[in-house]
Ligand binder design. Structure first.
Ligand code: FAD
Length: 376
């Protein structure tokens, strides 16, 4: 069967690998230029914590070692109190289990390589899907509008603002909601300090401050990618280098000391939005073309549980299973795949709950641990 996947992000690429293994002819359409030749978007590097949920999906195709070759294991989280006290909280009782810090862009490039290495996968970059008609897909390209005809199956792996989902939303019977947090995020960098990591690379670092929170994940070049979560108006309020420095010196003093480019990074990097998307069903039909959704296109979640990409990877395993159960009948498989929604609804709720846990409660534990030490 010929299958079109819209979006060559993490999930689109992995799904292309799964479908090609089943013998399908896959064409991936991606709006951006090829990320292996184009540079990264400033302030949007995003480091992922990849966990067993996602690794399992990679392992089933033998892609885990390649994908995680540059990943840095984080067996616990390191809490930073305002007075500089550090508290390590392991993620597992025996300390043996870790989540893995990996650059989203690097992982995407590797998965693109893996998809394109398969004989029955073709990728077309610079193709932004702008319309789905009866038996046609319309793409915006540098050469103008391009119309492709005759697709039987179109899977939207085109992220939180999916164009495929927009077509489904226009159909009667589709339920949809999107919920933005009043928090945004800004990426910052802690460069290497005298050629070494400024903090322990074997941890996900968290600065819980109640109304705001900063996290930092290690990179192979010994830097850390930091993400500051804060209400939009507060983020906008730091509008001079002096205010930026003063705020960080007060709230994140140990980090501020090792962020020489803080003020310029803060001023230049964009503010990201945090959204939860719910859509039901994830499939439909337009003029004989089957449409389906996977990954963030189906269920974008806020990043506080570190599970968006992991869940998207798991979608690929589940859709593969549904195809197996239906003898590769895409219509029935996409209907069956809807059973996964109960799980993604739960993770969406847990991700929202974990924001409160990370920014308040883990901090309270630091506070309690300090109190225990003071009274010992
Ligand atoms: P995307 O990564 O959004 O990819 C969609 C692709 O489709 C893109 O390449 C895009 O260019 C393309 N596209 C979009 N529209 C069109 C169109 N009209 N036509 C053609 N192509 C199109 N997840 C984790 O598992 N662990 C983490 O620790 C984690 N941390 C995160 C931290 C932050 C700050 C954020 C914002 C997210 C985080 N996530 C994390 C979530 C994770 O990044 C996403 O869940 C994941 O990238 C979703 O993959 P996707 O392929 O479904 O969508």
């Amino acid at each position: 069967m010929e299958v079109t996947i819209v979006g060559a992000g993490l999930v689109g690429c992995l799904l292309a690998c799964y479908l090609s293994r089943r013998g399908h002819e896959v064409t991936l359409y991606e709006r951006r230029p090829d990320p292996r030749t184009a540079g990264a978007e400033r302030g949007r590097s995003i480091n992922l914590a990849v966990s067993e949920r996602g690794i399992d999906a990679l392992r089933r195709l033998g892609l885990d070692e390649m994908a995680l070759a540059d990943a840095l294991p984080m067996p616990g989280r390191m809490m930073h109190a305002t007075d500089g006290t550090l508290t390590f909280q392991p993620y597992s009782a025996d300390g043996a289990h870790a989540i893995n810090s990996i650059s989203r862009a690097a992982l995407n490039r590797k998965l693109l390589d893996a998809a394109e290495a398969r004989p029955n996968v073709t990728a077309k970059f610079g193709h932004r899907l702008v319309g789905i008609g009866h038996g046609t897909l319309e793409f915006e390209t540098d050469a103008g509008l391009v119309t492709e005809k005759g697709q039987q199956v179109v899977i939207g792996a085109d992220g939180a603002r999916s164009a495929v989902r927009a077509r489904l939303q226009a159909m009667q019977g589709t339920n949809f909601s999107q919920e933005y947090l009043d928090y945004g995020y800004k990426e910052l960098t802690i460069p290497p300090k005298l050629g070494e990591f400024a903090f322990d690379p074997g941890a996900l670092h968290i600065w819980p401050r109640g109304r705001s929170m900063m996290i930092a994940l290690p990179n192979p070049d010994k830097s850390f990618t930091c993400t500051l979560f804060w209400p939009h108006e507060a983020l906008a309020g730091l509008d001079t280098p002096e205010k930026i420095r003063a705020h960080f010196t007060q709230e994140y003093p140990d980090a501020a000391e090792v962020m020489p480019h803080l003020a310029s990074d803060y001023a230049r990097n964009p503010v990201g939005h945090l959204v939860t998307v719910r859509c039901d069903p994830w499939h439909g039909e337009v003029g004989g073309t089957l449409l389906g959704l996977v990954g963030d296109a189906a269920h974008a979640i806020v990043p506080f549980y570190g599970q968006g990409a992991n869940c998207g990877f798991q979608d690929c395993v589940e859709l593969d299973r549904c195809l197996e159960e239906t003898g590769d009948d895409f219509g029935r498989a996409l209907e069956l795949f809807q059973r996964r929604k109960a799980d993604t609804d739960v993770i969406a709720r847990l991700a929202l709950d974990n924001f409160v846990e990370m920014r308040d409660k883990v901090g309270s534990r630091v506070f309690l641990a300090q109190k225990r030490i003071e009274h010992a």
